[in-house]
Design a protein around this ligand. Structure first.
Ligand code: SAM
Length: 264
């Protein structure tokens, strides 16, 4: 349970970041968030594992990017700090990596700044990713990200929080267009993989107002214009797993999909 309420945090309404934190078993959430997490747990009892699959693929993907030579990361919709954040995964793979976290939730800034305060190679920006111009030109971003060098653009578990009328594909394209060749897009997304996903989508759209489950084809289309790295867009546990993954996949294992692509 959260012990104190940081400035700007409204505990009467659920927030995406705090619901995700509750799903992951974190402590930065409130009853209104936990009610949605519990409803999600009722629909998909494996829901906690889904958050873990997403955090696990974050680690594998960032390691891949660092090994591919990426030394700077723009992590949009970065979420509340939890185990193994992007700067830790990147730093373990290649010392000296720079990371800018961007999130529009005041709870993320409140808790995140404490964690990052002492690290000159990371920064946290409170901004809305639906305003790419504001994000890309922000002094915090410009201080750590060199737009003449390849960038790892991370959109993990966030584009499904943009509704169809907000032009999610256009927003992704605007960011990719702003990056130099050799940059990579790393994106994960709720996947419309069956009836449980459809029920969870209905509950999220009704209780939280966002949470679009898109098909594998729709998710793949976000990477248009870039070269998908092997194995392409897959369900998360199947993206370059460290250990073999048993088949058939469970409902929870098929609830999110994603991949990485290189800008040619
Ligand atoms: N990227 C992390 C991960 O994959 O583990 C966190 C994902 S969490 C489910 C989604 C995050 O996106 C939340 O922290 C939420 O506040 C943030 N978010 C949602 N809409 C956003 C927007 N328009 N601009 C910036 N951040 C946003």
């Amino acid at each position: 349970m959260a012990e104190r309420v940081p400035e700007g945090v409204d505990t009467s309404r659920p927030s995406i970041a705090r619901v995700y934190d509750a799903v992951l078993g974190g402590e930065h959430n409130f009853p209104v968030d936990r009610a949605i997490a519990e409803e999600a747990l009722r629909i998909v009892p494996e829901i906690r594992d889904v958050g873990r699959y997403n955090r696990a693929v974050l680690g594998r993907g960032v390691r891949y990017l660092a090994q591919a030579g990426i030394r700077q990361f723009l992590d949009l919709g970065s979420g509340l700090p939890t185990v193994r954040n992007t700067h830790q995964a990147a730093g373990d793979a290649a010392p000296g990596c720079r990371v800018v976290y961007v999130d529009n939730d005041p709870a993320v800034s409140a808790y995140g700044r404490e964690i990052l305060a002492a690290d000159p190679l990371t920064a946290l920006l409170t901004a809305d990713l639906r305003e790419p111009g504001t994000v890309l030109d922000h002094p915090v971003v410009r201080r750590l990200i060199d737009f003449d060098e390849p960038v790892g653009l991370m959109l993990l578990g966030v584009i499904h929080h943009l509704n169809d009328d907000e032009d999610p594909a256009g927003i992704v394209r605007t960011y990719v267009d702003a990056l130099p060749r050799g940059s990579h897009l790393f994106l994960t997304h709720f996947c419309a993989s069956g009836p449980d996903a459809a029920e969870l989508e209905r509950a999220m759209l009704s209780d939280l107002g966002t949470g679009r489950f898109r098909t594998l084809e729709e998710i793949t289309a976000y990477f248009d214009g870039c070269e998908l790295v092997s194995p392409g867009v897959t369900y998360l546990p199947q993206w370059r797993p460290d250990e073999p993954v048993g088949l058939p996949l469970t409902v929870g294992q098929r609830l999110m999909a994603g991949g990485i692509a290189r800008k040619p």
